[in-house]
Design a protein. Structure first.
Length: 295
């Protein structure tokens, strides 16, 4: 299916958060940690409206307007913060939204090298209403409220017994540090294939070395193990961070790292790749969501 070029076109004005920036330097020093900057910049883009009133918007601009990353290849496209949250396929109504399969009302299509989705399909994918202001031409979204997207209550028991993580904390830290500087790639394939990580593939790779098979995505890893408080935090515990300003609830895990002691955690989400950041100061201290122990 193609969108006919005879369809009328109009400009849509978006508000685009600045690109997430990271600083370089010694990869095992605290100053190498990356933080999202504040501020917005206006961006203009083109949407396509069919004669029947159906409006198609470029997926690139949907991602930009929400400050999310977009990874496209020939057969799929992934969107998310530092971890994949949404997946669509050209010409397919099947999609993934917050780890759950859904059916889009219309399949995405490629036009002039770009992937387009209808406004209804965007709303279904994001689980919120996508709107274009007829007067200003601005594309906007209600704050996203994913069904079942919150992390579990701060109670529960681990489904794991006492395994390698608890017995080899120092070895885990040393192993994780071996990957300092390994490049970040959103939606990265397993390290053995890509030689890159995103946040949750990194934690999964490290934990696998010590006998734990974590789920692939941060949102699902946040359901594993048992909750701990900051005072209870031990080396090897997972720390989850929220995605500020994009969702109705701030209880949506968007990033994950591993506590390595001395008030620091190791994680990846941009240049310089795998890095060490302070937990109790700076940006990351303001967006801590939960801490969990998987043993």
């Amino acid at each position: 299916m193609r969108i006919s070029l005879r369809f009328g076109m109009f400009l849509v004005c978006l508000t685009l958060p600045l690109t997430m920036i990271t600083s370089c330097g010694q990869q095992d020093r605290l100053r190498s940690n990356a933080v999202p900057p504040s501020g917005n910049s206006p961006v203009r883009t083109e949407a396509i409206t069919e004669s029947n009133g159906t409006t198609w918007v470029p997926l690139t601009q949907v991602a930009q307007s929400l400050g999310l990353r977009l990874q496209e290849n020939s057969d799929s496209a992934n969107l998310g913060y530092t971890d994949v949250m949404f997946t669509v396929q050209p010409s397919q109504r099947h999609a993934i939204s917050f780890g759950q399969p859904i059916a889009l009302p219309q399949a995405p299509v490629r036009e002039n090298g770009q992937l387009y989705m209808t406004m209804d399909a965007v709303s279904a994918l994001l689980q919120t209403k996508a709107k274009i202001d007829s007067r200003t031409g601005k594309l906007s979204f209600d704050r996203i409220t994913p069904a079942g997207g919150n992390i579990p209550p701060q109670t529960g028991t681990s489904r794991y017994g006492v395994l390698g993580v608890a017995e080899h904390q120092d070895e885990m830290v040393a192993y994780a540090k071996q990957f300092l500087g390994v490049p970040y790639e959103f939606g990265a394939a397993p390290y053995e294939q890509s030689k890159k990580f995103d946040c949750s593939s990194f934690t999964r790779h490290v934990f696998k070395k010590f006998g734990q098979d974590l789920p692939r995505l941060a949102r699902d890893q946040a359901k594993e193990g048992v909750p701990v408080t900051r005072d209870q935090l031990q080396v090897g515990d997972l720390i989850f961070f929220t995605v500020p300003g994009r969702f109705q609830s701030d209880k949506i895990p968007g990033h994950v790292g591993i506590y390595i002691g001395d008030g620091k955690f190791i994680h990846t989400w941009g240049a310089p790749g795998v890095q060490i950041s302070p937990l109790d100061s700076g940006y990351w201290s303001t967006v801590i969501l939960s801490m969990r122990r998987v043993r």
